[in-house]
Write a protein that binds this ligand. Structure first.
Ligand SMILES: Cc1cc2nc3c(=O)[nH]c(=O)nc-3n(C[C@H](O)[C@H](O)[C@H](O)COP(=O)(O)O)c2cc1C
Length: 297
């Protein structure tokens, strides 16, 4: 068992928000999905207060060893999520973490209050990779923006609050410390790195949203460093992600200080990646234990 902010998980493998749709997967695989659910805690796609269409297509570009996405957070909005998706996500055989994003403190307050009031929800993840429309600053890129948002939200719910950090910050460890000081219970990192691609013929931006977020093995070394420096800077647990594609990768993030790990882009290549990585991680850990106790030569 793994303790994540007071929530007991079967193991340490989560999904990265927005990279696995269990409602669509259940439509395809039926109840078999529930018997072999690949994650120990499910993190929802980020929801916003109002419904969003997302960015115009194209929304994806493949890079060497990675992906640039410019999805733009399409979602049903808070009401649609609570009425339609939450009852289905509550049937999953794993605790549920709901990811929320607000464009100002009032939106965030409503999201956290209403999501936090639902007993189906075990944890709340605050996706701070967006501008605060009141200040123009990216909430998670600036320590004081982060601290002011977390302190406004902390009294509104008893549910653990996990702050998802953006790697597009000058000093993610300083943001992490500010979040911890303001009452965050955990941190998750990394979100995607800002990137872009040009259309090979027109030389214009390929993605409908002009820029996008880079993920996958291409960002793993950056993610590992950030997980390492953030985990050393705080006492609260961290969830490490960014390009994890094998049990060995997962073991690296745990050794760098993460309490749990999350699988994102790899689930697009292999929808059962979460379960495979958990099994590989078990094997890697067992071999390391045997090696350190002198059992294997
Ligand atoms: C297609 C796609 C959609 C994503 N949507 C979200 C999202 O809604 N909220 C969020 O916090 N992160 C989102 N992410 C970021 C992932 O959760 C994760 O932080 C990032 O991709 C790094 O992990 P990975 O390299 O294993 O994918 C998305 C990533 C991808 C590739």
């Amino acid at each position: 068992m793994v303790d994540l902010c007071g929530v007991q998980l079967r193991g340490p493998v989560l999904n990265g928000s927005g990279t696995y749709d269990p409602i669509a997967a259940r439509r395809t695989f039926g109840d078999e999905l529930l018997e072999r659910f690949p994650f120990d805690c499910f993190v929802s796609k980020t929801i916003t207060l109002a419904p969003r269409q997302g960015n115009p297509p194209p929304r994806l570009w493949e890079t060497p060893a990675g992906l640039i996405n410019s999805i733009g957070l399409p979602n049903k909005g808070l009401e649609g999520f609570l009425a339609e998706d939450l009852p289905k996500l509550a049937e999953l055989p794993a605790p549920l973490c709901v990811s929320v994003m607000g464009f100002d403190h009032e939106e965030l307050r409503r999201l956290v209050t209403e999501v936090g009031a639902r007993e189906e929800v075990a944890l709340i993840e605050l996706n701070f990779s967006c501008p605060n429309v009141e200040t123009g600053l990216i909430m998670g890129a600036d320590p004081s923006e982060t601290a002011s948002a977390v302190s406004a939200l902390r009294p509104l719910t008893t549910k653990p609050l996990i702050v998802k950090l953006t790697p597009n910050a000058t000093d993610p460890a300083a943001v992490a410390k500010a979040a911890e000081g303001a009452g965050a219970d955990g941190l998750s990192l990394i979100n995607t790195l800002k990137g872009m691609a040009l259309h090979p013929r027109t030389r214009q931006p390929w993605l409908g949203g002009t820029t996008g977020g880079v993920s996958g093995p291409a960002v793993r070394a950056v993610a590992l460093e950030q997980v390492h420096s953030v985990s050393r800077a705080v006492r609260i647990p961290t969830i490490g992600m960014g390009g994890i594609a094998s049990g060995r990768d997962a073991a690296d993030f745990l050794s760098a200080g993460a309490t749990c790990i999350a699988v994102g882009t790899e689930s697009f290549r292999d929808p059962t990646a979460g379960a495979r990585i958990a099994a590989e991680l078990e094997l890697v850990s067992r071999k390391e234990r045997e090696f350190s106790s002198g059992g294997v030569r």
